[in-house]
Design a binder for this molecule. Structure first.
Ligand SMILES: O=P(O)(O)OC[C@H]1O[C@H](OP(=O)(O)OP(=O)(O)O)[C@H](O)[C@@H]1O
Ligand SMILES: O=c1cc[nH]c(=O)[nH]1
Ligand SMILES: [Mg+2]
Length: 209
């Protein structure tokens, strides 16, 4: 089973509280999501391998450590996943970005695919799937399915807020994936929304409702 990491650093908890607040406007919401994504990237990169390098300080020659060149790809699920990409890229600037377009049918809650564009060397990269919301888990599972079907190597799923139902669904279907969350909420409501959640992440990011 992949690991489940709740990134509950006080800064992340503080910012998620304002992200949840319905009085937070679109501009503030976007900025906060960007900041939390950046802070979560710190935790997500904790296992990056290092290699030694000899450098010269103004005082002496010494051995430092640098990231050992692991190739990473970020796969935001459109639309809402886009809101977290720039924050992660601030920490992992060499990552390439592929996009998967999925929307959740409002009646059936099933994900519907409408776009897929991946970097040419995607199969050589370790992929992090990004979406602020993990509700039923249908969208995340569909994105991971699509990547695996193309011979790619998704290893991590990064979400701002999840419902226990979504975590369980991904763990059952893709036990090889490590899940990183900013918060694990209580439940889904009868409309498939996370409670307490933050409402519709895409609409709040882009002001579409
Ligand atoms: O776990 P699930 O039950 O699949 O729900 C989560 C999905 O729902 C939202 O996308 P939405 O369908 O609202 O599309 P949008 O990002 O374009 O708003 C969210 O960003 C996830 O992709
Ligand atoms: O609570 C939810 C569930 C799915 N998608 C969202 O944007 N919010
Ligand atoms: Mg939406």
């Amino acid at each position: 089973m992949g690991t489940l990491v709740i990134c509950d650093h006080p800064l992340i908890q503080h910012k998620i509280t304002f992200i949840r607040d319905k009085m937070t406007n679109t501009k503030q919401f976007r900025e906060l999501v960007d900041e939390v994504a950046m802070l979560m990237a710190y935790e997500i990169t904790r296992d990056l391998p290092l290699s030694p390098v000899r450098i010269e300080t103004p005082v002496t020659v010494t051995e430092g450590k640098v990231i050992a060149g692991r190739m990473i790809g970020l796969i935001p699920i459109l639309r809402a996943g886009l809101g977290m990409v720039d924050g992660v890229l601030k920490i992992i600037p060499s990552a390439k970005v592929g996009h998967i377009g999925l929307y959740r049918d409002h009646e059936t809650l099933q994900p519907v695919e409408y776009y897929c564009s991946l970097p040419s060397d995607v199969a050589e990269r370790e992929l992090i799937v990004i979406d602020p919301m993990l509700a039923t888990g249908g969208s995340a599972n569909a994105a991971i399915d699509m990547l695996k079907a193309k011979g790619c190597r998704p290893t991590k799923l990064m979400c701002l807020i999840a419902a226990p139902e979504g975590v369980k669904a991904v763990q059952e279907k893709h036990p090889d994936i490590d899940i990183y969350l900013g918060a694990l909420d209580e439940k889904l409501n009868e409309h498939g929304y996370i409670v307490p959640g933050l409402g519709d992440a895409g609409d709040r990011l882009y002001g579409t409702k």
